[in-house]
Design a protein around this ligand. Structure first.
Ligand code: PAF
Length: 301
C-alpha cells in the first residue's frame, strides 16, 4: 500500500492521534509508532531502517526533509538530490504507513532559529569540528520531529555514528520517552557504506571508494589482535592514513575513540587493560564526495 503523505504538522498530528489509543490485540494494550527521519533520496540503507522500524512498532512514519540548518555555507544544500516521487515508490515496497514531507516554512517559523538544544564536546569533535553548526541543525530538526510525531521508537543509521551518539544523548538529557535504535551499516557488495552522497563519485572514484572500508578493517584487525605498544598504535594509524591518501582520499579525520565518543584514545594504555569497546571513525573526501565510515572493535587484553 502506498504511504499517506502529509506536508503539514497539524494534519500529521491529527492522522496519528487515533493510534495513540488502546490496541486490545497487544499485551500492553498500546500501539507503537516508529519514526525514521531522513533527508530523502532513499537507498537500500534507508529501506533497512524502515524494516527495522516495522519490527518495533505498529505504525511507521518516515520523514523526508532536506534540513537547511544542518548545512554550512558552501555545502551541498542546493544540490542535495530531491527525489520525493521515487522515494515514495521505494517506501511503498517496504510498507511505510505515513510520509511526512514538510516545506522549510512549515518546519521553521523563523530562520535562523535562535534556539539550540545541543552543546558540549560530543558535538564539537570529529564532524562537528569540520562542519561547525552541523549538529546544532541536526539537534533542532530531530527535536522538532520528535515533538511533531511523538514516536515510541526512532531508528537512525550507525553509519552516522556521531549523529547517533548525539541523538542518544539528546534523548537522555531532554527526557524524551523514545527508544533510539541504531541500525547496522548497509554496504554495497564491495564494502562501500551506502550513502546518498555516493552519487557524487565519478566512475573511477566509485571503484576506489571501498578502500575506505578496507583500510578500517585492516586497522580493526591490528587493534583486535591485542596488546600494542604506543609506537605500534601510532604506526598503525599512520599506515591507515597513508593507505587512504595513496588511494586518492583527502582525510578529514581518522580517530579511534571509546564507544561513547569520550576523548580520542591517544594512548594505548587507555585500552590495554581488560576488554574495551572502541570505534574507529573516518571522514574523507574523494572528489566531490565527503564519505563517512566507522568500525566497532573490541580490544581484548
Ligand atoms: O541522517 C540524516 O539523514 C539527517 O541528519 C537527519 C537525521 C534526517 C536529520 O536531518
Amino acid at each position: 500500500m502506498s504511504p499517506i503523505i502529509h506536508h503539514h504538522i497539524s494534519s500529521l498530528r491529527t492522522a496519528l492521534q487515533p493510534y495513540r489509543g488502546q490496541n486490545n490485540d497487544k499485551p500492553d494494550g498500546l500501539q507503537r509508532i516508529a519514526l525514521v527521519p531522513t533527508m530523502g533520496n532513499l537507498h537500500d540503507g534507508h529501506l533497512e531502517l524502515v524494516k527495522i522500524a516495522k519490527q518495533h512498532a505498529d505504525i511507521v512514519v518516515v520523514s523526508i526533509f532536506v534540513n537547511p540548518t544542518q548545512f554550512g555555507v558552501g555545502e551541498d544544500f542546493d544540490s542535495y538530490p530531491r527525489t520525493l516521487d521515487e522515494d515514495i515508490a521505494k517506501l511503498e515496497t517496504v510498507g511505510t504507513d505515513y510520509v511526512f514531507a514538510p516545506s522549510i516554512d512549515e518546519m521553521y517559523p523563523v530562520l535562523p532559529l535562535p534556539t539550540s538544544v545541543l552543546a558540549g564536546v560530543i558535538t564539537e569533535q570529529l564532524c562537528g569540528q569540520s562542519r561547525p553548526g552541523h549538529f546544532d541543525g541536526v539537534g533542532i530538526v530531530v527535536s522538532k520531529l520528535f515533538n511533531i510525531v511523538q514516536p515510541d521508537v526512532a531508528v537512525f543509521g550507525q553509519k552516522d555514528y556521531q549523529q547517533l551518539a548525539i541523538i542518544k544523548q539528546l534523548v537522555r538529557h531532554l527526557s524524551y520517552p523514545i527508544e533510539i535504535i541504531g541500525a547496522p551499516i548497509v554496504r554495497a557488495d564491495d564494502g562501500l557504506a551506502l550513502s546518498s552522497r555516493n552519487q557524487y563519485l565519478s566512475k573511477s572514484e566509485r571503484q576506489t571508494a571501498p578502500v575506505l572500508h578496507q583500510a578500517l578493517q585492516v586497522l580493526a584487525q591490528q587493534l583486535e589482535s591485542g596488546k600494542m605498544s604506543q609506537q605500534a598504535f601510532e604506526r598503525s594509524l599512520a599506515d591507515t592514513q597513508t593507505r587512504m591518501s595513496d588511494a586518492g582520499f583527502t582525510i578529514d579525520y581518522l580517530a579511534v575513540k571509546t564507544e561513547a565518543l569520550t576523548p580520542v584514545v591517544s594512548d594505548v594504555a587507555d585500552f590495554n587493560t581488560g576488554s574495551t569497546n572502541v570505534v574507529i571513525l573516518v571522514a574523507a573526501w574523494l572528489g566531490q564526495a565527503r564519505l563517512l565510515d566507522n568500525q566497532l572493535v573490541t580490544v581484548t587484553n
